[in-house]
Design a binder for this molecule. Structure first.
Ligand SMILES: [Ca+2]
Ligand SMILES: [Ca+2]
Ligand SMILES: [Ca+2]
Length: 578
């Protein structure tokens, strides 16, 4: 049977929510009175109803014994590997000691922004995972060239600061994965310095691994091959350095190095880290995918042997027909590049340069493809990262704010671990050189405000398109409040977070994508309108399957309606039917 009054249904849902959290209700109402009732529409019922009226409806609710469909976002056990990750560049996030550079103390100060640990509060984003970009000592500002795998870069703080950060994340149910860069080390790493000095001294002779075992930790050669640099002080020896001469490539087939990497993993797991993001896995052996798969297989088995629930995600920045094969290694996840960046599936369907119907189709298609290589794979969708231009710059014109929002949802409504790059939830800008993509987290308009970071030295001045967190937080229709609601919906519905997709081809067209997601006994139907115009959609064939509108995610005050089997969906609106 169709529900005639979706608005009423939504109110009931919110009341169910309200009843469940009676403990928090009084405090919440008091807070609302103090804050002038602002927030996202997710909480609108508590906001708009005077206390007396809520009581009245609550009683009616009890009489009716309506099913209580809606829950708070799930609090996951640390073992659970279907989360919402927030990618943090510590350098540009928040400065805890006033030197202008972000650090671990600053990050801890702003952890409540990411997750305050209370599922009943909605002042936080509600992410339950953090991908921490490299924090180990490094000669570069981005720290993707490690000088010591067992320490914290002094710019970011001390090991004690890190331990404190881990404890604070643990309190909040945030699983932390560490960026582990083992394709290469820094040319300042003692292993490399010792090996390079030994070879410079040796000249044209044959190196002895007894005299210097580190010679075999890297790829040294007397031949200057592509991607090789000259060993300092030697006119005989070269070393592989695919990214930069400051980043000598490690030889991941060396057994002693593998043992060392095992110790590094032990060290960080003992600190409470929940897993690793593996940098540049496609370059482990450049141009040799099967070797890379073999190395990943070794790494994955090694880590899982130490901790079964450790989560591993690899960065293989290439086309999907290549990185899907990397699932053969048994690694949990590979970043799903096909959906990311300015020319990925998400941006293309939002811009309209490819049909919206392709999104639902692609979701169903990737399941089949990835499963073929690893039935236990966990997708790792993301939309942008620190190597890509900020997504707010992908769209221009009057609909660009709506496009920026809905694209974020298309990432967050994908199954697996969805990743958000810091600041995307504010629609931050930044493109061109890498430094621009890593601008200071825009907490406040005032650049001099306490805790605001300076950002990378070579960064250009960046003109932001949307306001800072401080201003967006107050606007119910801001990019920030949209993202926050999308994250929350992801957390509430297991089918969204981990469900299997069935594309609903019969409803899809150039500007509409529709699909269902199922997980255990939950099935939700998502309709996404990727055009600025309202769409009227007869839901033929879904009679008996759908009770009504469970949730909406819309870009402005217009909300969807479902009446007598016909769905009305505002421009750039998403509806979740159940
Ligand atoms: Ca600092
Ligand atoms: Ca919360
Ligand atoms: Ca390599």
């Amino acid at each position: 049977m169709w529900r005639v009054f979706p608005g009423l249904f939504r109110r009931r849902i919110m009341l169910a929510h309200f009843k469940k959290k009676k403990r928090f209700a009084c405090l919440f109402l008091a807070l609302l009175m103090l804050t002038g009732c602002q927030g996202s529409r997710g909480e609108e019922i508590q906001e708009e109803k005077p206390e007396g009226e809520i009581r009245e409806e609550e009683n009616r609710e009890e009489e009716n014994q309506e099913p209580q469909d809606v829950r708070l976002p799930q609090v996951l056990s640390m073992e659970d590997n279907y989360r919402t990750y927030y990618e943090v560049f510590v350098y540009s996030f928040f400065d805890g000691n006033g030197d202008g550079t972000g650090d671990l103390k600053g990050l801890v100060e702003k952890l409540d922004y990411i997750n305050d640990g209370d599922p009943a509060t909605t002042e936080d984003l509600g992410c339950d995972g953090i991908w921490l970009m490299p924090v180990m000592p490094s000669a570069s500002y981005h720290k993707y060239d490690v000088m010591d795998y067992y320490a914290i870069d002094p710019e970011y703080g001390t090991m004690e600061d890190f331990e404190n950060f881990m404890a604070e994340c643990d309190k909040r149910g945030i699983k932390v994965i560490l960026d582990l860069v083992i394709n290469h080390s820094s040319s300042e790493h003692p292993w490399f310095k010792e090996a390079a000095a030994y070879l410079a001294e040796l000249g044209d002779g044959e190196p002895s691994l007894t005299d210097c075992p580190y010679v075999d930790y890297y790829h040294f050669s007397k031949e200057q091959k592509t991607g090789y640099s000259q060993v300092p002080g030697s006119d005989v020896w070269y070393y592989e350095s695919q990214f930069s001469y400051t980043m000598p490539d490690l030889n991941l087939y060396n057994e002693s190095l593998r043992e060392e990497i095992g110790k590094i993993v032990d060290f960080w797991l003992a600190k409470g880290v929940g897993g690793f993001r593996l940098d540049a896995v496609k370059e482990y052996e450049t141009g040799a995918d099967s070797a890379n798969i073999e190395i990943l297989s070794w790494f994955s088995d090694m880590v899982k042997g130490k901790r079964e629930d450790a989560y591993l995600v690899g960065e293989a920045w290439t086309d999907i027909s290549t990185y899907e094969k990397y699932y053969e290694s048994g690694i949990d996840s590979l970043f799903n590049f096909a959906f990311a960046d300015s020319e990925g599936i998400i941006a293309k369907v939002v811009k309209g340069s490819s049909p919206a119907s392709g999104y639902g189709k692609a979701l169903q298609n990737i399941e089949e493809r990835f499963k073929e290589y690893n039935p236990d794979y966990i997708d790792a969708p993301f939309y942008t990262n620190h190597d890509m231009g900020r997504s707010a710059g992908y769209y221009s014109g009057e609909h660009s704010p709506s496009q920026t929002k809905i694209a974020g949802a298309l990432n967050l409504f994908m199954s697996g671990n969805a990743f958000i790059y810091y600041g995307e939830e504010l629609g931050m800008k930044g493109s061109g050189k890498d430094e621009n993509k890593r601008a200071p987290m825009y907490f406040y308009e005032d650049k001099e405000a306490e805790g605001m970071c300076r950002g990378p030295a070579d960064m250009d001045g960046i003109k932001m398109k949307y306001g800072s967190y401080e201003s967006q937080e107050k606007d119910p229709y801001s990019v920030y409040n949209y993202y926050k609601k999308a994250i929350r919906l992801r957390g509430i519905y297991p089918a969204i977070r981990r469900g299997s997709v069935e594309n609903l081809e019969q409803f899809a067209d150039d500007t509409l994508t529709a699909f269902s997601k199922s997980w255990e006994d939950e099935k939700v139907y998502l309709f996404c309108n990727l055009s600025p115009e309202e769409r009227v959609i007869p839901l033929d064939g879904l009679e008996g399957e759908i009770q009504g509108i469970a949730e909406e995610l819309c870009v402005d005050e217009k909300v969807p309606a479902l009446k007598e089997g016909t769905l009305t969906l505002p421009g750039y609106g998403i509806v979740i039917l159940k």
